[in-house]
Design a protein around this ligand. Structure first.
Ligand SMILES: Nc1nc2c(ncn2[C@@H]2O[C@H](COP(=O)(O)OP(=O)(O)OP(=O)(O)O)[C@@H](O)[C@H]2O)c(=O)[nH]1
Length: 518
């Protein structure tokens, strides 16, 4: 080989060495880039599967140590297998997520009374869910929307159920307080006919376990019935006033006709008087001018016939005037009689209404409004005459249990029977009212405290012996009573409060007792 050839070969070798070094650098760079990328990627996958995590950690370590590819190959095979398994699991999860969302959405669609905007939103969401998605993450916004729809519909349909247990307890205590108050109010309002039946039905509803919605609906219905009754009452008063007005109008017309008729008659009578005066003056002139008796006789005869005619006409007019007067008077009288009858009926209706408004519809005893009136009256009498006056408050024991065990209508029946028995045990001058619920108040004018205490105790025993039987079960009903006597410093309220305190003491001391507070 010539020197020239050797030189050429050297140069080629250098070039190919440089090219090889360049290639090796490029490979190295690419390898580092790939290693970094695999490192980062394996970090991202962390947490999906513990096996995969371990393998990836090993792979990262190998790559960082520049281990030969042949040594890493089996590890990469494992990782590929695990990744394949994971991908199958992932698509199964995606399908399951889609199915769960569809089921939850369909269930929400079945909820009744959802507002239309919520229903529309849900329909759109269901379309969205039914379109397949490549990743679970893509379902996250859909899931968020569905959860928010659930929350809204829960709030709408179960108002109050999201409250804490303490708030729930407060709410239900408030509900039963409002219900009791409403039942009390209802027994103090007098309704008649159809409206009375409707009020009974409302009381029936309120006596069961009611929701806040039902209480509100009952309140609205009661207000509607009250307005209806007031309107009816106003219409009846209005129609009475219209009849009164009609009657006055006809009396006015009769009087006006009679005055007009009288004026006409008076005018005719004046004309007749004028005519009579003229006839008489004519007669006197003819008398003074008379020359022959015969002609005078004839002339006087004519004048007398005229005068008799005029007098007849006058008499006729007077008869007409009298008849007119009698007619208009009898017209007035009959209208007034009608009016009197209507006023009488109206008065009767008013007093019936007043009676009803002071009577408790269930027990037919006087109600609380009546008690207020009577208490005031007895108090004033007591102030004036200074006789003894006692007041007692009675309350059925564990009445709530009776309602809860046997139902509200049995509770009502018990109330009626106890009320009738208490009333039966009183004297004519005594007084009893249903104060509200299962509580009664009694007033005993001109009575000594000791006597009343004995009588009340007899009543208490009598009530505990009433053989109540409901649904084949024997039921013993007892009452507790508190009483007191009016003292010099007392007002009606202070005496009542003292009797109420005595009742409270009777309840705390075992019930079925009469207690006195001095
Ligand atoms: N059936 C019926 N129940 C009524 C009426 N008015 C009130 N009530 C009920 O009477 C019950 C009174 O219960 P509470 O005040 O707890 O008294 P109680 O169960 O009698 O207990 P004590 O008085 O402590 O012995 C409540 O459940 C009311 O709903 C009514 O007109 N008819």
């Amino acid at each position: 080989m010539s020197e020239e050839q050797i030189e050429l070969l050297k140069k080629k070798l250098v070039v190919s060495l440089k090219a090889r070094q360049q290639l090796e650098r490029t490979y190295e760079q690419q390898f580092t880039m790939l290693t970094n990328f695999i490192n980062r990627l394996s970090n991202v996958c962390k947490g999906i599967d513990i096996e995969l995590d371990n393998r990836l950690a090993k792979l990262r370590a190998h790559l960082n140590k520049n281990t030969d590819i042949e040594n890493i190959a089996p590890l990469m095979g494992d990782i590929e297998h695990l990744l394949n398994q994971h991908s199958t699991r992932l698509s199964l999860n995606i399908k399951q997520t889609q199915n769960s969302l569809i089921t939850a959405g369909k269930q929400l669609q079945k909820v009744k009374n959802l507002p239309s905007d919520l229903r529309r939103e849900l329909r759109k969401l269901m379309q969205d869910i039914s379109e397949p998605k490549g990743s679970i993450l893509l379902y996250l916004p859909t899931l968020n929307r569905l959860v928010s729809l659930y929350q809204r519909s829960l709030l709408l349909s179960n108002g109050g159920q999201d409250l804490s247990s303490e708030e729930q307890a407060n709410l239900s205590a408030l509900q039963s307080q409002v219900t009791s108050e409403l039942i009390n109010i209802l027994s103090n309002i007098a309704f008649s006919g159809e409206n009375a039946d409707k009020i009974d039905a409302i009381r029936e509803v309120l006596s069961t376990h009611v929701t806040a919605d039902t209480i509100v609906n009952c309140c609205v219905e009661v207000i509607r019935l009250i307005i209806e009754s007031i309107t009816e009452e106003r219409q009846s008063a209005q129609s009475f006033l219209f009849s009164l007005n009609d009657a006055l109008n006809s009396v006015h017309t009769a009087v006006a006709t009679s005055i007009n008729g009288s004026q006409e008659i008076n005018k005719s009578k004046q004309q007749l008087n004028e005519k009579l005066k003229n006839d008489l003056a004519g007669m006197s002139a003819e008398l003074s001018k008379a020359t022959s008796l015969d002609t005078l006789k004839k002339q006087i005869n004519v004048r007398i016939t005229d005068i008799v005619d005029a007098l007849n006409q006058k008499e006729q007019l007077e008869v007409e005037e009298h008849t007119l007067l009698v007619d208009s008077l009898s017209e007035m009288e009959s209208r007034l009689k009608e009016l009197e009858k209507e006023a009488e009926e109206y008065k009767k209706k008013l007093s019936e209404q007043r009676f009803k408004s002071l009577q408790d519809a269930l027990t037919k005893l006087p109600n609380r409004a009546s008690l207020d009136e009577r208490m005031e009256l007895e108090y004033r009498r007591w102030m004036r005459y200074n006789h003894d006056l006692c007041v007692a408050v009675a309350d059925i024991d564990h009445f709530k249990n009776i309602n809860d065990t046997f139902g509200h209508s049995v509770g009502d029946r018990v109330l009626q029977i106890v009320a009738a028995n208490l009333n039966k045990g009183l004297r004519e001058t005594d007084y009893i009212a249903r104060y509200g619920g299962e509580e009664f108040v009694m007033l005993f004018p001109e009575s000594k405290l000791k006597d009343i205490e004995k009588r009340l105790d007899k009543l208490r025993i009598a009530i505990s012996k009433i053989p109540f039987k409901f649904k084949n079960a024997d039921l013993t009903v007892t009452i507790s009573m508190g009483m007191t006597q009016f003292k010099a410093i007392d007002q009606p309220q202070s005496a009542f409060d003292r009797a109420d305190q005595a009742l409270y003491a009777a309840k705390s001391n075992g019930r079925n007792k009469v207690m006195v507070k001095y």
